[in-house]
Design a protein around this ligand. Structure first.
Ligand SMILES: [Zn+2]
Ligand SMILES: [Zn+2]
Ligand SMILES: [Zn+2]
Ligand SMILES: [Zn+2]
Length: 329
């Protein structure tokens, strides 16, 4: 009882990835396959079959960061400005090290410097400034993304953890593979994808077939396509990689072009069907703010090996039924 397999427009093209750091021969995509990197910002010619993307897009971005703090007093600002690194203007946070003359520089910058940026004096041996560290522990610092709207102030030990998940952190390009360095607001993600990654096909509807062609391609390969429904855009990713030497696995996942909070309103189902067998995975889509890498690392997605892929593949092509639904809170 397999659903009719859609052909043609649903075929997603494999995209070559930069090879993993150590092993693996460099993945060579066949000439027919469009690669993500090939569709760089300069690429011309909209494909004739380019999918029409409708709907209001990602929807309201940002959203409450939670918490928040009252207006920061001038004295408080004066206090935090004492911790500004003279090189990068980020805060100098514990462990706080000073030059021979007492000037501070943050630890990231310090590693790249051969002398004090303020007095050109020696930075070694390291002199710790315990008094400033104590003051730092008594001060609340603004989030790194204060300029883009985050109003939180935090103890320095809580800052990195918050900044990793801050809703005001810029979004990175959701395309798997680290080739694209684009960053921007949530509202700009779709237009970035449409302009810089034109080879990605979009299908409309909540129930579609994600057809990955040539799953036998060697090396690490990504297949990507977009699905539009419920006024939102979802990115479907199938990634083939070798987590353990000699053991290739497939990882399939759905991302929402939206915030984590918006993602909680949806569920997705991935289903491999055929030859009197069925393999199903259901979960909440990931926000592109989290990306695919962590999900794949933790196997928090549909995972199967090449033997299973071959059970369901037809001529080297693998169709994955994707169903998106809304869930009432
Ligand atoms: Zn610095
Ligand atoms: Zn100095
Ligand atoms: Zn923040
Ligand atoms: Zn990109």
């Amino acid at each position: 009882m397999s659903r009719p397999s859609s052909t043609g427009p649903s075929a997603s093209k494999p995209c070559s990835k930069p090879p993993p750091p150590q092993h693996a021969p460099s993945p060579a995509a066949p000439p027919a396959a469009a690669t993500i990197s090939a569709a760089g910002p300069g690429s011309a010619a909209v494909p004739a079959a380019a999918a029409v993307i409708s709907g209001p897009g990602g929807g309201g971005g940002g959203g409450g960061g939670g918490g928040g703090a009252g207006p920061v007093s001038p004295q408080h600002h004066e206090l935090t400005s004492l911790f500004e690194c003279p090189v990068c203007f980020d805060y100098v946070l514990p462990p706080i090290l000073q030059c021979q003359a007492g000037h501070l520089v943050c630890n990231q910058c310090r590693q790249k410097l051969s002398c004090c940026p303020t007095c050109r004096g020696a930075l070694t041996p390291s002199i710790r400034n315990l008094a400033m560290e104590k003051v730092a522990s008594a001060v609340l610092f603004p989030c790194k993304y204060a300029t883009t709207g985050c109003s939180l102030t935090l103890h320095h030990t809580e800052k990195p953890e918050h900044e990793d998940i801050c809703e005001y952190r810029p979004y990175s390009c959701p395309c798997p593979g680290a080739s694209c360095k684009w960053q921007g607001s949530l509202e700009a993600v779709m237009s970035h994808l449409m302009h810089a990654h034109k080879s990605i096909t979009t299908l409309q509807g909540e129930d579609i077939v994600f057809l990955a062609t040539d799953i036998n391609l060697p090396g690490a390969v990504d297949w990507v396509m977009m699905q539009s429904c419920f006024g939102h855009h979802f990115m479907l990713v199938l990634e083939k990689q070798e987590k353990y030497e000699g053991h290739q696995q497939f990882f399939a996942i759905v991302l929402l072009i939206g915030t984590r909070k918006q993602a909680e309103n949806f569920a997705y189902r991935l289903e491999l069907n055929g030859n009197r067998r069925r393999l199903t995975w259901e979960a909440t889509p990931r926000s592109i703010h989290d990306g695919v890498a962590a999900a794949i690392l933790n196997s928090d997605c549909l995972v199967f090996d090449t033997a299973i892929a071959h059970l369901f593949a037809d001529n080297g092509n693998l169709g994955i039924n994707v169903t998106i639904s809304t869930c009432c809170p």
